[in-house]
Design a protein around this ligand. Sequence first.
Ligand code: SF4
Length: 615
Amino acid sequence: MGASTGSDGSNGSNGSSGSNGSSGSDGGDGGNGSEPTAFEPLPPLADHFPRSRKIEVGELAVPMREIALTDGGICTVYDTSGPQGCDVHAGLPKRRAAWIAARAGVATPTQLWFARQGVVTEEMQFIAIREGVEADFVRSEVARGRAIIPASIKHPELEPVIIGRNFLTKINANIGNSAIRSSIEEEVSKLQWSIRWGADTVMDLSTGEAINATREAILRNSPVPIGTVPIYQALEKVNGRVEDLSLPLFLETLEEQCEQGVDYFTIHAGVLMRTIPMTARRTTGIVSRGGSILAKWCLSHHKENFIYEGFEEICRLLARYDVSFSLGDGLRPGSIADANDEAQLTELAVLGELTKVAWEHNCQVMIEGPGHVPMNKIKENVDLQLELCHEAPFYTLGPLVTDIAPGYDHITSAIGAAMIGWYGTAMLCYVTPKEHLGLPDRQDVKDGVIAYKIAAHAADLAKGHPRAQERDDLLSKARFEFRWEDQFNLGLDPVTARSYHDETLPADNAKTAHFCSMCGPKFCSMRISQDIRDAAQASEAEAGMAAMSERFKEHGGEVYLPADSVSVDADLAIDTALITEAAGSQSGGQSGGQSGGQSGGQAGSQAGGHSEPTA
Ligand code: SF4
């Protein structure tokens, strides 16, 4: 899927190259000559998520993460991080092995086939617990093609996940070996890094000599579905000569990857002789690498796309392994100017036709989408996809809602991702800050995944997913009650949240203080709000409110006051001492915060021009 360019399944960047755990391009590995950032073994989970522990629920041992709160409460969250501490060379435990073995002899052992027979598989039961829904609802959504469970019968290490608009919105991250060949341990480390921060599926865009060994290591160590773009490996086999690609070679490549356990394939079957000319007047042409490869093949042979022609044969192969289709948008727009154009929408209709063909073969299908779309055209995209593709799950890259922010495309795309998720897109392919610019490093991957976790969760809230708001409410309560540790630990990235807080208030006792350096003690609106409540509860509610009103009037009836006009009560004096102490520990001895010149300890109460806190 590509953003600009993208990827095919990946998102990629227009040639920026590759993927080093990255958003890579549909180009896979690219070699842009950049030195990849080393991916070292991960620290223990508790280093990133303090007061968290992994648990397994029920007989199927469904993994979740429990966050212990300081008020004695527990918050249980969806967890993709997989078993911890396993030997990379031995791989993960094969939790699905017995489930799969019990189905031996079924000709088309796909989750779609079972769902249509009325069978609730173990994978469906597992997902029902994970998502907090009824198992038969999972089955019915799969049966009607509105959700898929990418779960190859050759991937027993998988913790099943569902992709569909009536479930939690999922996100994908991309990894792949780099131009300078990386070790297998490094590739597995990239996978582990992506899922630690919450990637629900991972696309392996590896290329090069060690592609099979790399993919094998990734699969044996992956608790999440793994997707690939097989045309890349097929092209490697013909030494990059597009003209030498053929259906037999492609089928051979697919079968090799099926045997290894890949869970879904990005396949560009919708790039056709009649649709290619529609890209001629575009601002950014064909930006999908897979799309451009197949367009070149079609034009050089003057023949129809061999993947389109051989689609039913491909279906028969994928059905044997329950490998899902991710029907690639080879003609996606690579710029705002090209959004929702004739080429894109004609291809989308072709993908809709192919969806029906795949369903006839009991294959599971999702549809890839753009890319670059301004906000006013996002809803139309989803509406058309639902109609033309018969409600098969939509899987989009972003989309980026503007092209003017290189270096910040994880933000421009997360805006579009949140919107398109809200309208019903089932999975969002991440974009990193390096999109269009270079090889993402470890921090870029984390930034991209976190940006997309925010977008996906925001979509789930807006869609009213039954359990989405629990965590928000717990965090809001912790925030209002000044339980700082809980506020950090309930967040997506506790360590970063704590470090920002501690920049200005590092002392331990600041973790119970009734303010932070943003507004300072005298102007902490939540503290004032609590004071009002406390006063109301201590006496008659009306009397309490009257007292506060009097106090307000005593100060001239102004919401904001110069600091020197306000008398400091005993509690405030303690807090002020605390923040003064914290400020003293800062370099330069300056008091307080630095955010926008607004905040910080006493400074927060002095600055004439206050800005409102977001709290
Ligand atoms: S941001 Fe302002 S209102 Fe919120 S906790 Fe900090 S000081 Fe209080």
